[in-house]
Design a protein around this ligand. Sequence first.
Ligand SMILES: NC(=O)c1ccc[n+]([C@@H]2O[C@H](COP(=O)([O-])OP(=O)(O)OC[C@H]3O[C@@H](n4cnc5c(N)ncnc54)[C@H](OP(=O)(O)O)[C@@H]3O)[C@@H](O)[C@H]2O)c1
Length: 385
Amino acid sequence: MKKLVLLGSTGSIGTQTLEVVDFLAGEWEVIGLTANKNIDLLEEQARKYRPSYLVVMYESLARELEYRLADQRVNILLGLEGLEYLAGLPEADLVINALVGAVGLRPTVAALKAGNKVGLANKESLVIGGELINKYLEENDDFILPIDSEHNALFQILSGHHRDEIKEIILTASGGPFLNLPREGLKDVSVEEALNHPNWNMGCRISIDSATLMNKGLEVIEAHWLFKQPYDKIRVVIHPESIIHSMVEFIDKSIMAELGVADMRIPIQHVLTYPERKWGIGKSLNLLELGKLTFRAPDLEKFPALGLAYAAGREGGSLSVVLNAANEIAVEGFLNKKIPFTDIPRIVEKTMDLHETVAHPDLDEIYEIDKWARRMAEEVLVGCF
Ligand SMILES: NC(=O)c1ccc[n+]([C@@H]2O[C@H](COP(=O)([O-])OP(=O)(O)OC[C@H]3O[C@@H](n4cnc5c(N)ncnc54)[C@H](OP(=O)(O)O)[C@@H]3O)[C@@H](O)[C@H]2O)c1
C-alpha cells in the first residue's frame, strides 16, 4: 500500500479525500492526519485509519487528544512544526495539502524540500509563495498535482503539451450565489446567503471567496505559477453551470476542455490514482439532461476582488501575500458579521495600497509580510484608515 499524509483531514477537501481513500480500498495507507481544532472528528478519523501521526494546532487540544487516544499507538504533534514534520516524512508517497489559508505554504515547501509529491488543494501556497515553490519544481513539474478542479482540469488538458503551444488559459467561474443580483443589492447580503453556493459544497472561507470572485482571482495567480503563463494569457469566463472546469486554447486555435459533474472527489481521485485512471467514485455527466452550457464575461465593477487579484499577480513580489492576508481578515470580519459583504474588497484594496512591494521575498519575509498585512487589514476593518 502507498502511504498518504493528509493535512487538513477534518475539512471539506480532507473528508472527501478520505471518502476516495475508502473507495480505492487497499491502495492507500493513511499515515498522518491533521486538524486545527476539530479534535472530535480527528479522533474519529484516527480510530478508523490508525495513522502513526496526528497534528493539532493548540497545546490543550493535543493533550486532550492524547488522553482520548491513550489506548492507541499514535504520535501527537503540535502546530506548524508538526505540519512541516508530517509533510516531510520520508516514507510518504503523497502529501495532500488540504489546509485552508496562508498556513499551508510552509508544509508545502517542507514536502517539496523532502522530495515528496504534493496533491495541492491549498491554493494559498502558490498565491503567496509561487515563486519560492517554483524553485523546487524546476526539474520535476509533476511534483505538484493540483486538486483545485480548474487546475486539475488544466493539468489533465496540458499533459503531453508544451507550454509554448498554449494561446490562452480559460478559467471558468460559476459566478457564485450573487451572479444575478443587482450590484446595489450586494451590500445587504447575509452570511447565510453568501455561504449558499449554487453548485459546490465547500468550506466557509472558499465559499465566501467564490461569492466575491476573490476565489477566481486567487486561482488566476495559482494558474500563473502552476502553468507558467503570463497574466495576459489567463482569462476568466463565467460559466454558471460549473460543468466545464477550465479550457485551454492552443496556438492552432483548438480548444480543449475538461467536463464533469461538480464533485471535488473526481479531481481528488485523479490525484490519488495519477498517472493511472481507475473506475471513479463520482457520477457520470448526463449531457442530454443538461441541454446547454452558457458563458459570459465577469463584471469587474460588481466584483472588484477579481481585478485586485490580477493587479497583485501582475505586480508580483509580496503584493499577493498582502492580497491574501487582507482577504482572510476581511472574510473573517464578514463571517463574524462585523462588516458588510461589500467591505471585503474595500479592505483588501486599502491594505494593498498601504504596502510597499518586496520583489522576491523569502519564506520568513513572506510570513512577516503576512503578519503585517493582517494587522493592517484589522485596522482598516475597524476604521483606522
Ligand atoms: N472545499 C472545496 O470544495 C475546495 C475546492 C477547491 C479548492 N479548495 C481549497 O482547498 C483548501 C481547503 O479548503 P476546504 O474548503 O477543505 O477548507 P475547510 O473545510 O475550512 O478545511 C480546512 C482544514 O484545514 C484545517 N485548518 C484550518 N485552519 C487551520 C490553521 N490555521 N492551521 C492548521 N490547520 C487549519 C481545518 O481544521 P478544523 O476542521 O479543525 O478547523 C481543516 O482540517 C483551501 O485552500 C481551498 O481554497 C477547496
